[in-house]
Design a protein around this ligand. Structure first.
Ligand code: NBP
Length: 479
């Protein structure tokens, strides 16, 4: 046995990760794929890499030094279970199986529990950054046991992206914690992308600028507080001209957004945890709305406002959009971190939120300078209940809120959908409110279902005899 690490699954992600591993000093990488052709292709294309090809699970296990460590990079779901079952057959107690695919965190919790019974360690690790990240340095979010982290930590640190001298990997928490955090990362990514799309749409409709001109606006924004990978690539996409038609590429792309499901997982999980991730939810729903041409076709004739968007001062309007984008982005991240906090409490994980924000600074899709401010906020107050109440964000929101309100009212007034901008603002105002109409909802619930309510002026649980003489009685707490 000569290999200190192995990769199972050599499609684009797995082969790039294997190459990344092989390029690091001291690593010899065992590689295995269900169908032989992918293994042969990888070995042939990269004679420079120290690969040890295996053509069966037995051979793969035999080529690994102990404790054996293998990363699975296959399709999430049943293929992952199939590979785990096969590895368990040939691995021994103390060995480590890492699932680097996009698994649902509850699957990871289930798998970790089952694999642990064999004495083998199972680590679900979220890996972000797509093909490019896998090859040159991804952001890695591993869960699993402390014991496996001792072996795995140095290997993952050696291949992760680096931000300001620090590798973008941390032991997030036990069992499914890594995949949970990766899931929320993707949810935040959905919100960020939707917010950028709304900003582009408003600028285009409000100023009549061409996509290439708007690309310059985004390039400019990328030099300020919005600096991020997503803003940078937005400028690239808007600049692109379609070779076939000579039109801006963005104008010939069908306006129906796809999704692979991680945004929906983030929202479904948030609903179960009772965490309001409204920005992520609106972003996910906006993709769904876009992808129903049959509904959109019959709806284009619905009445709209008499007046379209009229902008008097384009530069001032663009600055308003920038501030609305920044404020809504703060809300989206705050909601995402809220979900991680709630997930940690529910599943008994100890998650360092500041460390999570730091490992997203490079290698992943939401990488941005901005994440340093989140790390600062949690450094100053690790148990911060709402991220956006940290001083830095309060200042930013204070600076942005007037513009944010103008943009949301302008978009509503002129009939331009800005679901993520407006729901973020509603969330912000909901949080700010000293009293919410939730009191009325409690009254309604007590009326039709005797669900009881609490009072602001004394302890206890109460019920009004709505169908009787409408006096109030003290009730059993039914919650
Ligand atoms: P795919 O998700 O397309 O999976 C293809 C691989 O799965 C092939 O190696 C295939 O082997 C293997 N496989 C299947 Br399908 N069923 C199998 C089985 N029953 N037993 C053994 N192997 C099986 O590959 P990918 O796009 O490289 O992604 C890998 C993982 O990384 C996924 O979980 C994905 O969600 C995640 N991820 C992808 C990206 C991205 O940008 N693509 C980013 C982040 C994470 P075969 O060659 O024999 O068919």
């Amino acid at each position: 046995a000569t290999a200190n690490i192995g990769v199972v699954g050599l499609a684009v992600m797995g082969s790039n990760l294997a190459r990344n591993l092989a390029s690091r000093e001291g690593n010899t990488v065992a590689v295995f794929n269900r169908s032989r052709s992918k293994t042969d292709e990888l070995i042939e294309a990269h004679p420079e890499a120290e690969f040890v090809p295996a053509f069966s699970y037995e051979q793969f296990a035999a080529s690994l030094t102990k404790p054996r460590t293998a990363v699975i990079m296959v399709k999430a779901g049943r293929p992952t279970d199939a590979v785990i079952d096969s590895l368990i057959e040939v691995f021994e107690p103390g060995d480590i199986i890492v699932d680097g695919g996009n698994a649902l965190f509850t699957d990871t919790i289930r798998r970790e529990k089952a694999v642990r019974e064999t004495g083998i360690n199972f680590v679900g690790a979220g890996i972000s950054g797509g093909e490019e990240g896998a090859l040159n340095g991804p952001s890695i979010m591993p869960g699993g046991s402390d014991e496996s982290w001792v072996t795995l930590g140095p290997i993952l640190r050696s291949i992760a992206a680096v931000a300001e001298g620090e590798p973008c990997v941390t032991h997030v928490g036990h069992d499914g914690a890594g995949h949970f955090v990766k899931m929320v990362h993707n949810g935040i990514e959905y919100a960020d992308m939707q917010l950028i799309a709304e900003a582009y749409d408003l600028i285009r409709r409000g100023t009549g600028k061409t996509p290439a001109e708007i690309a310059e606006v985004f390039a400019e924004w990328n030099r300020g507080e919005l600096e991020s990978y997503l803003i940078e690539i937005t400028a690239e996409v808007l600049r692109q001209t379609d070779a076939a038609t000579g039109q801006p590429l963005v104008d010939v792309i069908l306006d129906q957004a796809g999704a692979k499901g991680t945004g929906a997982w983030t929202v479904q999980t948030a609903l179960s945890l009772g965490v309001p991730v409204s920005g992520i939810a609106e972003a996910t729903f906006a993709r769904s709305l876009s992808s129903h041409p049959e509904q959109r076709e019959v709806s284009t004739g619905l009445p709209g406002p008499a007046e379209g968007l009229q902008v008097e001062d384009p530069d001032a309007f663009i600055e308003d959009v920038r501030l609305a984008l920044y404020a809504s982005k703060i809300v989206a991240y705050s909601q995402g971190f809220d979900e991680i906090r709630a997930g940690a409490a529910e599943y008994d994980w100890t998650i360092d939120l500041g460390a999570v924000s730091k490992i997203w600074r490079a290698g992943c899709i939401i990488r941005a300078q901005f994440l340093n401010r989140i790390a600062d906020a949690y450094d100053a107050q690790p148990d911060l209940p709402v991220l956006l109440t940290a001083p830095y964000f309060v200042e930013a929101l204070g600076r942005a809120q007037a513009a944010w309100r103008r943009i949301v009212s302008t978009s509503a007034h002129s009939g331009i959908p800005a679901p993520a901008f407006s729901s973020s603002l509603a969330y912000y105002d909901g949080l700010r409110a000293e009293r919410l109409p939730a009191a009325l909802i409690q009254g309604q619930r007590d009326f039709f279902g005797a669900h009881t309510y609490k009072r602001i002026d004394k302890p206890g649980t109460f019920h009004t005899l709505w169908s009787g003489d409408r006096t109030e009685i003290e009730a059993e707490d039914t919650h």
